[in-house]
Structure formats: C-alpha cells, structure tokens
Design a protein around this ligand. Structure first.
Ligand code: ZN
Length: 272
C-alpha cells in the first residue's frame, strides 16, 4: 500500500499536470469505487469544474476543485493517477477525467481504492480522514507530541505507529525502517520507551520519510508514480522485505514475525 512518500510523489505529479485545468467530461467505469455518491451525482458535480490544487494528509489525496466540493481519494493497494496529453486506454483504468488539455486517469488494478465527494472546507464526514493525527513529516508532529502519546499506551510501538489517528502516513514499510534506525524492537510497549529512545524514534521517522520522498517512493510490488515510473527507495531499505538476509549494520540475519496481524521485520541484534 502506498504510504506517505508514495502518495506525496503522486500528489506532486497530479498537481503539476492538472492544476488550473478544467474537467470537461467524466467517465466512471466502476461506480462502486465512489463510496458516498451516485455515478450521476459524481459526474454532474465534477463536470465543468477547474482543478485548483491537490493536497495530501496521511495516505489521502484531496483534489480541490472550483465550487464547494472536493474529491477525496484513498489509493489503498494499487490505486494511482496518471496524466496523459492524449488519451490512450491503460490497463486498470477506472475513471477518466477529460481535461481542457490532456486527461487524468484514475487506475486501480485490484479496485480496492475509495473515492468520496466531500465539502471543500471543514469536516468531510469521512471518519478515516477527519480523525487523522498529524502527518509524520509535518510541523505539528513534534518530539513532545510523540513522547506524550507513547507514555499513554501499553500497545506495541509498531502498532502505535501504524495507527493513523496518532501519526498519519506511516505504513508497514516506513514503520519497520524507522524502528530499525531508532534501534527499538517493534514489540516494545510504548510506555517503556525512554525519552532518549523517543528522540531517536522521532528523528528516524523524519529521516525515513524524507529519504522515501527523495527517492520518489518505494516500489515493492505495485507502486508506480503517475508517470509510470517505479520509486527507487526499495534499494535503501534496511529491514523491510529483507528477512533472512544479513543486517546491513551488524550482519545478523533479519528476523520476521507477525505483530497485530502485520508482517514485521527487524534486526534482533541492533534493535533492543
Ligand atoms: Zn543489525
């Protein structure tokens, strides 16, 4: 599933290619992707509007358009957005927005993505979005915030970091990587993490997210950015997807376990 760096990579691409352009027609090939509006309402609402900009919070994209409406998108496993100067059918295309210049295609091979028509301002009524905590790379996510939030719970630190209401944007890949760089075992109860370890964790979260952004995201199976290119960050991962391989720091075999139902990778030597 695309996480903060992958969704942000798509956001920048979509905004660059579509901001200021007008949606002339909407073709919705798979109506069930739109969760809170009929196909007729979606098409009527978005036809003729201008795309103003694209924002992101956590793993959600928000297309701001003229008028009082926005289009909220969660890409889930394989959703992506593609811009074409001249429309050509692509595998997995589900929604085609013809613009006054080019077209924007929502494509999704496994069709697990979700789209909602939402008000441009204020609460959206979409609970997963409205309850998001601060973005892992935003000024609102401070070390003091992290320390206070960790102190309040006995949950494992990995489960905590995956909770989008606490920190938005981290998924399985960047959580495992951040815990490796912070030298903290993913199973550790949050309330037992010391202030010094919290500092390391805070720094590590920022570091892995920024590294992911710099490399255009991580491509393990499915992620491709809008222009169809794969990210580069998978070459820099230290633990995620490396079970059975030697740790890049100490040579110990990277371990794999399930934690809260999620595959979890760590170095049993470097992480305490
Ligand atoms: Zn190690």
């Amino acid at each position: 599933m695309p996480e903060l760096p992958e969704v942000e990579t798509i956001r920048q691409y979509v905004e660059q290619h579509s901001a200021g352009k007008t949606i002339e027609t909407v073709r919705l090939l798979l109506p069930r992707l739109v969760k809170n509006a009929s196909p007729e309402t979606l098409i009527r609402t978005l036809t003729g509007v201008t795309i103003e900009n694209v924002s992101r919070k956590g793993k959600y994209l928000f297309l701001h358009v003229s008028g009082n409406t926005g289009l909220l998108i969660h890409l889930r496993m394989t959703g992506s957005l593609l811009y074409q100067e001249q429309y050509e059918p692509v595998r997995g295309e589900q929604i085609i927005f013809s613009l006054n210049e080019g077209c924007l295609i929502y494509r999704d091979i496994r069709t697990l993505g979700c789209l909602w028509l939402v008000p441009a301002q204020g609460a959206t009524g979409i609970s997963g979005y409205d309850t998001l905590g601060p973005d892992g790379n935003s000024p609102a996510f401070t070390e003091a915030y992290l320390r206070d939030a960790l102190a309040k719970t006995k949950r494992s630190v990995k489960t905590f970091l995956l909770d989008q209401t606490r920190v938005a944007g981290l998924g399985n890949i960047y959580t495992d990587e951040a815990l490796f760089h912070a030298h903290i075992l993913p199973q550790r109860p949050c309330c037992q993490i010391s202030p010094a370890e919290c500092h390391q964790l805070y720094e590590a979260i920022g570091m892995v997210l920024n590294q992911g952004l710099r490399h255009g995201g991580t491509t393990i199976r499915n992620f491709i950015n809008g222009s169809g290119k794969e990210g580069e960050n998978q070459k820099f991962l230290c633990v995620y997807g490396r079970e059975g391989l030697p740790c890049r720091t100490c040579g110990t075999v990277i371990a794999y376990t399930k934690l809260g139902g999620r595959g979890t990778h760590y170095c049993p030597h470097c992480q305490k």
